[in-house]
Design a protein around this ligand. Structure first.
Ligand code: ADP
Ligand code: MG
Length: 247
C-alpha cells in the first residue's frame, strides 16, 4: 500500500454551544488516493475538513500530515494551509482582484515568489482548469463554475500534498456542475491526493477510490466505491434511498 499522506485519529469536535459535531472520526488518506465523504447535512463533514485545515481546533484527537501531528500549537498554521489546499462551496475568491491575482496571492505572500515567477505558475494552473481566457476578469464577471475552477487553480498553485473539497458543486446551477466535476475528475486521474465532501453520489462512486459515510458525527461505513451500490449498514441504505427519492 502506498504511503499515508493524511491520518485522522479519533477526532472529536464539541462546539462552544455544546454540539458534539464530530465523535471519534478516524480515517487515512494514501498518496494519490481520492476519498469521498458522504452523509446527510449536519453529520459533521465540514467540521472534519475544517479541523484538518486548522480553520477550527478539534476538541480531541490527532491529525497527522506525513506522520507529523499538525494540530498542535507549535505547528505553523500557514505552513499547514500551504500543504493542504482547500476548495469551498462558496469559492472564497477576492472580488476586487482579477483571476490571475487571486491565484498569485498565496504564491507571492506565502511562498515569497516574485511577480514573474508567480504569474508563470498561475498561468500553468489556470490552463489546467481551462481558465486561461479569463485571467484578466474579475470574479463578479464569471459564472459559478468558472469561479470554482479558479478556486481550484488557486489551491493547485501552492502544490499542496492534499486538497480538501467541501461540496464544491453545491452552490452551482445544475448546468455548471459538470465542468467542475470534470476538472476534479482530471485531478484524480493525475493522481492528486484528495478528500472530497460531496452530495454527488454518482460522482463519488465513479471517481473516489474510497468512500467514507458519516452519520451523526461518526463514520458509519467506509469502503471501496462499490459500497454505494451494495451498502452494508442500514444507515447507509437509508441515506442512499433518501437521496434517490430527491431525484
Ligand atoms: P455537514 O458539513 O455534514 O453538514 P457540519 O460539520 O457543518 O455538518 O455540522 C455538524 C454539526 O455541527 C451540525 O449540528 C451543525 O449545526 C453544528 N455546527 C457547525 N458549525 C458550528 C458552529 N460554528 N457552532 C456551533 N455548531 C456548529
Ligand atoms: Mg458541510
Amino acid at each position: 500500500m502506498s504511503q499515508v499522506v493524511l491520518s485522522i485519529r479519533d477526532l472529536h469536535k464539541i462546539y462552544a454551544g455544546g454540539v458534539h459535531a464530530v465523535r471519534g472520526v478516524s480515517f487515512d488518506v494514501h498518496e494519490g488516493e481520492s476519498v469521498a465523504i458522504i452523509g446527510s447535512s449536519g453529520s459533521g463533514k465540514s467540521t472534519v475538513l475544517r479541523c484538518i485545515n486548522r480553520l477550527i481546533e478539534p476538541t480531541e484527537g490527532a491529525i497527522l500530515l506525513r506522520n507529523e501531528q499538525i494540530n498542535t500549537p507549535s505547528a505553523d498554521v500557514n505552513e499547514v494551509r500551504s500543504r493542504i489546499g482547500m476548495v469551498f462551496q462558496s469559492f472564497e475568491l477576492f472580488s476586487h482582484l482579477k483571476v490571475l491575482d487571486n491565484v498569485t496571492l498565496g504564491l507571492r505572500h506565502v511562498r515569497g515568489m516574485s511577480k514573474e515567477e508567480a504569474n508563470e505558475v498561475a498561468l500553468e494552473v489556470l490552463g489546467r482548469v481551462d481558465m486561461l481566457e479569463r485571467v484578466d476578469a474579475y470574479p463578479g464577471n464569471l459564472s459559478g463554475g468558472q469561479k470554482q475552477r479558479v478556486a481550484i487553480a488557486r489551491a493547485l498553485a501552492m502544490k499542496p500534498e492534499v486538497i480538501l473539497f467541501d461540496e464544491p458543486t453545491s452552490a452551482l446551477d445544475p448546468e455548471l456542475i459538470g465542468s467542475v466535476l470534470q476538472t476534479i475528475r482530471g485531478l484524480a486521474d493525475e493522481g492528486m491526493t484528495m478528500v472530497i465532501v460531496t452530495h454527488e453520489i454518482n460522482f463519488a462512486r465513479d471517481v473516489a477510490d474510497r468512500i467514507v459515510y458519516m452519520d451523526h458525527g461518526q463514520v458509519a461505513e467506509e469502503g471501496p466505491s462499490s459500497i454505494v451500490n451494495e451498502p452494508k449498514s442500514d444507515r447507509l441504505k437509508k441515506f442512499l434511498s433518501s437521496i434517490n427519492e430527491e431525484h
